[in-house]
Design a protein around this ligand. Structure first.
Ligand code: PLP
Ligand code: SF4
Length: 324
């Protein structure tokens, strides 16, 4: 089978820090040897092209560059900060919140964000086999309380079209499921993935589709991203964005206001601004709560209410994401 454009682009991603730093004309910038971290370096060429050359503090670079700080053990930071292991119904299926079940469709991502709370999740045993998928579909079938299935991961849009089509079809065959939500960073980091075939597939299902993308900084959204976003079903506020508040990336109200404005100009409604989940190795991204509250307060001064994302924190065992 010939590789489609997006697969070829994915295959040309940077997997060596040295290569990215050479491209950015920053050959002497220090970084942690990836050999010592369990979460390897990875970034798409598309995303790298939006970084400013020669700028060691570029907010996009900062999201992917493995730093020595990751190796520090900081009190309060753990491998499973949000209680996902306790919410596992089956391998690959999380049920934390009423009505919504979250399916870990694949452990793979196109880019490895250093602040990710899933960086230490036991994904190696998380690969989605057909057997597992069948078990998950049976579990969803048996639970009439679930009306929305969230495809997450990893990045669910890294599944090939045939696989994704089969999965969506199996979910749509369950009569009590109304909505399909897709949590994906690909419209931002690999816009070519939003192909004609994918759009046809999403338009075909009887399920109402909601897409939640993930961008943290306005510089992540370029023209190609805009084209990808314009193709996704957006009517009725069904195209949303979630961000993480990150030290050195977007920890000021002006940047976040520009992010909201840029997203909205491309048809995307700001949804959540997450406080950092305290995953091991991410403490250098933390913005303390009092500062986060000040930034959010300032954001409310700068923007119309509908462009202000909800500031939330995920707490293990809570029935919803906590508004702060
Ligand atoms: C965030 C999350 C959801 C979705 O929560 P919403 O508030 O509906 O966006 C569902 N399941 C899990 C496990 C989650 O972490
Ligand atoms: S799951 Fe999302 S935040 Fe985590 S590494 Fe993958 S793309 Fe980044």
């Amino acid at each position: 089978m010939p590789k489609s454009d997006w697969q070829a682009e994915l295959a040309s991603s940077y997997t060596r820090v040295e290569d990215l730093l050479a491209f950015l004309e920053l050959p002497s910038l220090p970084f942690a040897s990836t050999l010592k971290t369990p979460f390897p370096f990875r970034v798409t060429a598309d995303y790298a092209r939006r970084m400013r050359k020669g700028d060691a503090c570029d907010p996009l670079l900062r999201q992917v560059l493995p730093l020595g700080e990751e190796l520090l053990s900081v009190p309060g930071y753990s491998a499973d900060p949000v209680g996902d292991l306790d919410a596992l119904v089956l391998p690959g299926l999380l049920h934390k919140y009423r009505g919504r079940a979250l399916l870990l469709a694949t452990p793979a991502c196109a880019i490895h964000c250093r602040y990710c709370f899933r960086r230490d999740f036991p994904y190696a045993d998380g690969a989605m086999t057909r057997q597992r998928e069948a078990e998950i579909i049976s579990a969803l079938q048996a639970d009439a309380g679930v009306n929305e299935v969230i495809l997450s991961g990893g990045d669910p849009l890294l599944l090939h079209d045939e696989r994704l089509a089969a999965l969506i079809e199996a979910i749509a065959a369950i009569s009590h499921i109304r909505r399909l939500r897709i949590h994906t960073r690909l419209p931002v980091v690999l816009p070519s993935r939003i192909s004609d075939d994918l759009i046809a597939l999403l338009r075909q299902t009887r399920l109402q589709c909601v897409t939640v993308i993930h961008a943290n900084h306005p510089a992540e959204l370029d023209r190609e991203t805009a084209v990808a976003l314009s193709r996704l079903p957006a009517e009725g506020g069904r195209l949303l964005n979630q961000s993480v508040l990150l030290r050195g990336v977007n920890d000021n109200a002006e940047t976040l206001a520009e992010l909201s404005e840029t997203l909205f100009s491309k048809g995307v409604t700001p949804y959540y601004l997450h406080l950092l989940d305290k995953a091991q190795g991410t403490a250098h991204f933390d913005v303390p709560l009092d500062e986060a509250l000040k930034i959010h307060e300032e954001l409310r001064r700068l923007l119309p209410g509908y462009l202000v994302p909800r500031l939330v924190r995920e707490e293990a065992g809570k029935p919803y994401k906590t508004l702060v």
